[in-house]
Design a binder for this molecule. Structure first.
Ligand code: CA
Length: 226
Protein backbone atom coordinates (compact mmCIF):
# COMPACT_ATOMS: atom_id res chain seq x y z
CA UNK A 1 0.00 0.00 0.00
CA UNK A 2 1.24 3.50 -0.83
CA UNK A 3 2.19 5.72 2.08
CA UNK A 4 -0.84 7.74 3.16
CA UNK A 5 -0.54 11.48 2.77
CA UNK A 6 -1.54 13.38 5.92
CA UNK A 7 -2.23 17.09 6.04
CA UNK A 8 -1.41 18.61 9.45
CA UNK A 9 -3.16 21.90 10.21
CA UNK A 10 -1.65 23.29 13.41
CA UNK A 11 -0.41 26.79 14.21
CA UNK A 12 1.92 25.81 17.05
CA UNK A 13 5.19 24.79 15.37
CA UNK A 14 6.36 22.56 18.21
CA UNK A 15 3.14 20.52 18.13
CA UNK A 16 3.14 20.36 14.33
CA UNK A 17 6.72 19.08 14.30
CA UNK A 18 6.00 16.45 16.94
CA UNK A 19 3.04 15.14 14.94
CA UNK A 20 5.03 15.24 11.73
CA UNK A 21 7.84 13.21 13.26
CA UNK A 22 5.50 10.63 14.79
CA UNK A 23 3.62 10.13 11.51
CA UNK A 24 6.70 9.95 9.31
CA UNK A 25 8.19 7.40 11.68
CA UNK A 26 4.94 5.51 11.23
CA UNK A 27 5.29 5.34 7.44
CA UNK A 28 3.13 8.33 6.46
CA UNK A 29 3.91 11.31 4.27
CA UNK A 30 3.04 14.68 5.75
CA UNK A 31 2.23 18.20 4.71
CA UNK A 32 1.99 21.02 7.29
CA UNK A 33 0.12 24.31 7.25
CA UNK A 34 -0.51 26.76 10.08
CA UNK A 35 -3.66 28.43 8.75
CA UNK A 36 -7.12 27.10 8.01
CA UNK A 37 -8.30 29.03 4.99
CA UNK A 38 -6.14 27.32 2.34
CA UNK A 39 -7.03 23.85 3.65
CA UNK A 40 -10.16 22.94 1.61
CA UNK A 41 -8.34 23.75 -1.62
CA UNK A 42 -5.20 21.91 -0.51
CA UNK A 43 -7.25 18.80 0.21
CA UNK A 44 -8.49 18.86 -3.37
CA UNK A 45 -5.16 19.60 -5.00
CA UNK A 46 -2.76 17.49 -2.99
CA UNK A 47 -4.63 14.17 -2.93
CA UNK A 48 -4.66 14.19 0.88
CA UNK A 49 -5.70 10.91 2.58
CA UNK A 50 -6.44 12.36 6.02
CA UNK A 51 -6.47 15.77 7.73
CA UNK A 52 -5.34 16.46 11.31
CA UNK A 53 -7.12 19.68 12.12
CA UNK A 54 -6.51 21.93 15.11
CA UNK A 55 -9.70 23.70 16.19
CA UNK A 56 -7.96 26.83 17.52
CA UNK A 57 -6.36 28.32 14.41
CA UNK A 58 -5.34 31.98 14.00
CA UNK A 59 -7.43 32.80 10.93
CA UNK A 60 -10.55 30.61 11.03
CA UNK A 61 -11.89 27.93 13.38
CA UNK A 62 -11.03 24.34 12.54
CA UNK A 63 -14.74 23.60 12.73
CA UNK A 64 -15.44 26.05 9.89
CA UNK A 65 -12.58 24.52 7.92
CA UNK A 66 -14.13 21.07 8.31
CA UNK A 67 -17.51 22.31 7.12
CA UNK A 68 -15.84 23.73 4.00
CA UNK A 69 -13.95 20.48 3.39
CA UNK A 70 -17.20 18.50 3.66
CA UNK A 71 -18.82 20.45 0.84
CA UNK A 72 -16.46 18.77 -1.60
CA UNK A 73 -14.65 15.87 0.03
CA UNK A 74 -15.09 12.81 2.22
CA UNK A 75 -11.46 12.91 3.37
CA UNK A 76 -11.24 11.75 7.03
CA UNK A 77 -10.66 14.52 9.59
CA UNK A 78 -9.20 14.11 13.08
CA UNK A 79 -9.67 17.20 15.26
CA UNK A 80 -7.13 18.46 17.76
CA UNK A 81 -8.67 20.38 20.60
CA UNK A 82 -7.27 22.11 23.65
CA UNK A 83 -10.52 21.89 25.57
CA UNK A 84 -12.47 18.70 26.10
CA UNK A 85 -15.63 20.86 26.16
CA UNK A 86 -15.26 21.39 22.42
CA UNK A 87 -15.64 17.69 21.72
CA UNK A 88 -19.41 17.80 22.09
CA UNK A 89 -19.64 20.39 19.36
CA UNK A 90 -17.32 18.53 17.05
CA UNK A 91 -19.05 15.20 17.39
CA UNK A 92 -22.58 16.25 18.33
CA UNK A 93 -23.18 18.85 15.65
CA UNK A 94 -22.37 16.50 12.82
CA UNK A 95 -19.66 18.71 11.54
CA UNK A 96 -18.16 15.72 9.84
CA UNK A 97 -15.13 14.93 11.97
CA UNK A 98 -14.06 11.27 12.14
CA UNK A 99 -12.25 11.41 15.47
CA UNK A 100 -10.66 13.85 17.92
CA UNK A 101 -7.68 14.04 20.23
CA UNK A 102 -7.48 16.32 23.28
CA UNK A 103 -4.26 18.27 23.93
CA UNK A 104 -1.87 17.42 25.41
CA UNK A 105 -1.72 14.04 23.66
CA UNK A 106 0.89 11.42 22.99
CA UNK A 107 2.12 11.56 19.39
CA UNK A 108 2.13 7.78 19.24
CA UNK A 109 -1.48 7.67 20.29
CA UNK A 110 -2.36 10.17 17.57
CA UNK A 111 -0.46 8.08 15.00
CA UNK A 112 -2.45 5.03 16.13
CA UNK A 113 -5.71 6.98 15.74
CA UNK A 114 -4.67 8.03 12.24
CA UNK A 115 -4.12 4.40 11.27
CA UNK A 116 -7.43 3.36 12.81
CA UNK A 117 -9.38 6.08 10.99
CA UNK A 118 -7.66 5.28 7.69
CA UNK A 119 -8.58 1.61 8.11
CA UNK A 120 -12.16 2.44 9.01
CA UNK A 121 -12.72 4.86 6.15
CA UNK A 122 -10.86 2.92 3.46
CA UNK A 123 -14.09 1.88 1.73
CA UNK A 124 -16.47 4.80 2.02
CA UNK A 125 -20.14 4.19 1.27
CA UNK A 126 -19.50 0.69 -0.05
CA UNK A 127 -23.01 -0.34 0.88
CA UNK A 128 -24.39 2.32 -1.42
CA UNK A 129 -22.51 0.97 -4.39
CA UNK A 130 -19.18 1.66 -5.95
CA UNK A 131 -15.71 0.36 -5.22
CA UNK A 132 -12.59 1.63 -3.53
CA UNK A 133 -11.93 4.24 -6.19
CA UNK A 134 -15.44 5.60 -6.53
CA UNK A 135 -18.06 6.26 -3.90
CA UNK A 136 -21.50 7.72 -4.21
CA UNK A 137 -23.93 9.73 -2.14
CA UNK A 138 -27.20 8.75 -3.82
CA UNK A 139 -29.39 11.22 -1.99
CA UNK A 140 -27.33 14.19 -3.07
CA UNK A 141 -26.41 12.71 -6.46
CA UNK A 142 -22.74 13.17 -5.69
CA UNK A 143 -19.93 10.92 -6.85
CA UNK A 144 -16.52 10.97 -5.17
CA UNK A 145 -13.35 9.78 -6.87
CA UNK A 146 -10.43 9.00 -4.55
CA UNK A 147 -12.49 10.88 -1.96
CA UNK A 148 -12.85 13.99 -4.10
CA UNK A 149 -16.17 15.35 -5.28
CA UNK A 150 -16.66 15.25 -9.05
CA UNK A 151 -18.61 18.06 -10.64
CA UNK A 152 -20.67 16.13 -13.17
CA UNK A 153 -23.48 16.94 -15.56
CA UNK A 154 -26.68 14.95 -15.23
CA UNK A 155 -25.78 12.43 -17.93
CA UNK A 156 -22.18 12.12 -16.80
CA UNK A 157 -23.46 11.26 -13.34
CA UNK A 158 -25.95 8.75 -14.74
CA UNK A 159 -23.33 7.06 -16.91
CA UNK A 160 -20.82 6.74 -14.11
CA UNK A 161 -23.52 5.22 -11.91
CA UNK A 162 -24.22 2.62 -14.60
CA UNK A 163 -20.53 1.68 -14.66
CA UNK A 164 -20.19 1.69 -10.89
CA UNK A 165 -23.08 -0.74 -10.48
CA UNK A 166 -21.30 -3.34 -12.62
CA UNK A 167 -17.53 -2.89 -12.58
CA UNK A 168 -15.94 -4.94 -15.34
CA UNK A 169 -19.11 -5.25 -17.41
CA UNK A 170 -18.85 -3.91 -20.95
CA UNK A 171 -21.71 -1.64 -21.96
CA UNK A 172 -22.45 -0.80 -25.59
CA UNK A 173 -23.18 2.81 -26.45
CA UNK A 174 -26.79 1.85 -26.95
CA UNK A 175 -27.01 0.25 -23.52
CA UNK A 176 -25.43 3.29 -21.92
CA UNK A 177 -27.89 5.62 -23.61
CA UNK A 178 -30.74 3.39 -22.66
CA UNK A 179 -29.75 3.37 -18.99
CA UNK A 180 -28.46 6.91 -18.55
CA UNK A 181 -30.78 8.96 -20.75
CA UNK A 182 -34.42 9.59 -20.03
CA UNK A 183 -35.27 9.72 -23.71
CA UNK A 184 -32.70 7.78 -25.69
CA UNK A 185 -32.37 9.18 -29.16
CA UNK A 186 -31.41 7.08 -32.14
CA UNK A 187 -27.87 7.03 -33.59
CA UNK A 188 -26.35 9.33 -31.02
CA UNK A 189 -23.33 7.14 -30.46
CA UNK A 190 -21.02 10.07 -30.61
CA UNK A 191 -22.87 11.75 -27.75
CA UNK A 192 -21.87 8.83 -25.55
CA UNK A 193 -18.28 9.19 -26.74
CA UNK A 194 -18.36 12.91 -25.97
CA UNK A 195 -19.63 12.28 -22.45
CA UNK A 196 -17.03 9.58 -21.84
CA UNK A 197 -14.39 12.03 -22.98
CA UNK A 198 -15.66 14.66 -20.53
CA UNK A 199 -15.84 12.18 -17.66
CA UNK A 200 -12.29 11.02 -18.37
CA UNK A 201 -11.06 14.64 -18.37
CA UNK A 202 -12.67 15.22 -14.97
CA UNK A 203 -11.18 12.02 -13.56
CA UNK A 204 -7.75 12.98 -14.89
CA UNK A 205 -7.92 16.27 -12.98
CA UNK A 206 -8.10 14.26 -9.77
CA UNK A 207 -5.64 11.52 -10.71
CA UNK A 208 -3.66 12.04 -13.95
CA UNK A 209 -2.00 8.63 -13.50
CA UNK A 210 -5.20 6.55 -13.45
CA UNK A 211 -7.68 5.81 -16.26
CA UNK A 212 -10.44 3.64 -14.81
CA UNK A 213 -12.65 3.64 -17.93
CA UNK A 214 -11.74 1.04 -20.54
CA UNK A 215 -12.57 1.46 -24.24
CA UNK A 216 -13.55 -1.75 -26.02
CA UNK A 217 -13.14 -1.01 -29.70
CA UNK A 218 -16.32 -1.47 -31.68
CA UNK A 219 -18.15 -2.67 -28.57
CA UNK A 220 -18.38 -0.01 -25.87
CA UNK A 221 -16.97 0.90 -22.49
CA UNK A 222 -16.48 -0.59 -19.05
CA UNK A 223 -15.23 0.43 -15.66
CA UNK A 224 -12.05 -1.38 -14.54
CA UNK A 225 -12.59 -3.90 -11.81
CA UNK A 226 -10.53 -3.20 -8.70
CA1 CA B 1 -3.88 26.22 17.98
Amino acid sequence: MAKPRILIVEDEPAIAETIQFALETDNCRTLCVSEGRPVPELVQKEAVDLVILDIGLPDISGIEVCKEIRKRSTVPVIFLTARSGEIDRVVGLEIGGDDYVVKPFSPRELAARVKAVLRRTARPLMEEGGNETFSVDEKRRKIFYFGQFLELSRYEYNMLRVFMNKPGQVFSREQLMDKAWDEPEASMDRTVDAHIKNIRAKLRQVRPDVDPIVTHRGVGYSLKEQ
